[in-house]
Design a protein around this ligand. Structure first.
Ligand code: HEM
Length: 165
């Protein structure tokens, strides 16, 4: 990826408390669900390779995205962590097309398409120095990540059964 156009750190702007709270909520539910599942002693079955990839990329994307949002922006570390987050989100979205809990594509796959379009757009905006547009797009993708993360804990969903089952 070519070097980004934002060369100087931009003024710090804290993310909204709703986003931070949502990230902490989904992260805690994920942690408890995984620990409960591992402690149950029952071997983990029924997790397809696509779902394994989806989880392996989305789980680190949650805290990494939060960290990128709360720390200062525009410096070398922001660019490095941001690129890592971008790759994680793209792989998460691509892998989700192999996850079909009801046997066919569902409305959440629209979110995957939105992520596949929005994340590269956000990168291009940063490269053009359109900082506020870049911030808005990436923040919206992060909100999508939290909403999708909450959705998988609904009754009847896999992580819902790990957490409450
Ligand atoms: C913390 C965030 C996330 C977690 C923990 C998570 C986890 C999961 C899990 C466990 C499933 C299997 C669903 C089930 O059978 O119950 C799933 C499905 C899916 N996820 Fe995610 N996911 C997250 C974020 C995302 C994001 C950001 C996207 C979009 C880019 C996404 C797109 C999908 C799609 C399209 C499915 C298939 C749904 C279906 O077939 O009904 N997920 N996810």
């Amino acid at each position: 990826m070519a070097s980004l156009a934002i060369d100087r750190p931009t003024p710090y702007r804290a993310p909204s408390k709703m986003i931070v709270g949502g990230a902490i909520l989904v992260g805690s539910m994920l942690l408890i669900a995984v620990v409960r599942r591992l402690n149950s002693g029952v071997p983990i079955a029924g997790v397809s390779p696509w779902l394994a990839v989806h989880l392996a990329t989305v789980i680190p994307a949650l805290p990494l995205g939060a960290y990128v949002m709360i720390r200062r922006k525009g410096d070398r570390l922001h660019r490095m962590l941001g690129r890592t987050w971008v790759i994680l989100m793209i792989v998460t979205a691509l892998a989700s097309f192999g996850v079909r809990s009801s046997g066919h594509l569902s409305w959440i796959h629209i979110l995957s398409l939105v992520v596949l379009v929005s994340v590269p757009r956000g990168v291009v905006m940063a490269m053009r120095g359109q900082v506020s547009k870049h911030r808005r797009v990436m923040t919206n993708v992060y909100i999508g990540l939290i909403v999708a993360g909450l959705f998988v804990f609904l009754p009847g969903r896999l992580l819902g059964s790990w957490l409450f089952g």
